[in-house]
Design a protein around this ligand. Structure first.
Ligand code: ZN
Length: 236
C-alpha cells in the first residue's frame, strides 16, 4: 500500500503485535503520526501498559520515527465495554458461541473505535486513520474485514463531510507475514521490541516468556501468535 509521505495519520494502538507493527508502518510511510487507544474495561491492564512501552521503544529505535511521533490519546470507553460485555471484558470462558463467533468478540468494537478516532483526527487535522486489522487469520471477527472497513470509511467521510481514508496495511497478511513485515520495517531490533513489549495474550499472562513473546501459550491469541512466529521462522 502506498501512502503520501507528507501526510499525517492517527494510528489505533492497542499494544498488541498487529497495532505495534501498524504503528511502525505508519512511521515509515507518513510525515506525522499520532496515536489513540481505548480503555473499554479490558480484563487486563497489561495491554494499556504495553501501548506506552511500544511508543517509547519505536521512538528510541529510529530518530526519524521519534521526530514524526506526536501525542497519544487514551479514551475511556468503560461504559461501552460494560454494555458490549464479552470474554475480554468480563469473567467469562473463552469459547465458541452459537452464532459461530468466539466469546472474545466485542460487538461493534472497531466501529466504535473508528468513529471516535475519526473525531480526534478531524479535530487534530490528521488526514487518515491506520489500524492493524487483519482478515487473513481473523478469528471470525466481522468488524476486522476490509469490507466492513470500507463501509466505515464511507460512513465517516460522509458524516464528517471530509475524506477520511482508513489504511489497514496488515489486512491481507498472515501472522507469519506480519512478523516478516516488522523485520522489513525495523530489522531484528523491531522484532525484539514486538517480542518484548507488545501484549497479545487474552489472559494477560506476562509470567511466561516464549520465543514469540509473553503469554499463557494456550489461549487462542497466544496460539495464533505462536503459530505465526513458527511460520515466519520456517520461511526465513
Ligand atoms: Zn494466552
Amino acid at each position: 500500500m502506498k501512502s503520501d509521505r507528507t501526510s499525517s495519520t492517527l494510528v489505533l494502538l492497542s499494544g498488541g503485535q498487529d497495532s505495534a507493527t501498524a504503528l511502525a508502518w505508519a512511521l515509515e510511510n507518513h510525515a506525522r503520526v499520532e496515536t489513540i487507544g481505548f480503555a473499554y474495561g479490558q480484563r487486563h491492564e497489561v495491554e494499556l501498559e504495553a501501548r506506552l512501552r511500544v511508543r517509547k521503544a519505536l521512538a528510541d529505535l529510529e530518530p526519524a520515527w521519534a521526530e514524526k511521533l506526536g501525542p497519544d490519546q487514551l479514551v475511556d470507553l468503560s461504559g461501552y465495554g460494560a454494555l458490549a460485555q464479552s470474554a475480554l471484558t468480563a469473567e467469562m470462558e473463552i469459547e465458541w458461541q452459537a452464532g459461530g463467533l468466539p466469546s472474545t468478540f466485542v460487538p461493534g468494537r472497531n466501529l466504535v473505535f473508528l468513529a471516535i478516532a475519526s473525531a480526534l483526527a478531524y479535530r487534530r487535522g490528521l488526514d487518515c486513520l491506520v489500524g492493524g486489522m487483519c482478515e487473513t487469520d481473523y478469528s471470525g471477527y466481522p468488524d476486522c474485514r476490509r469490507e466492513t472497513i470500507d463501509a466505515a470509511e464511507q460512513m465517516i467521510s460522509l458524516g464528517l463531510d471530509r475524506a477520511m481514508k482508513i489504511e489497514t496495511p496488515l489486512m491481507y497478511l498472515t501472522k507469519g507475514e506480519i512478523w516478516a513485515l516488522a523485520h522489513e520495517l525495523g530489522g531484528g531490533r523491531l522484532v525484539d521490541i514486538i517480542v518484548e513489549d507488545t501484549h497479545t495474550c487474552y489472559l494477560g499472562d506476562r509470567s511466561h516468556r516464549h520465543d514469540w513473546g509473553y503469554g499463557c501459550g494456550i489461549c487462542p491469541a497466544c496460539e495464533l501468535r505462536a503459530r505465526g512466529w513458527q511460520d515466519w521462522q520456517d520461511r526465513s
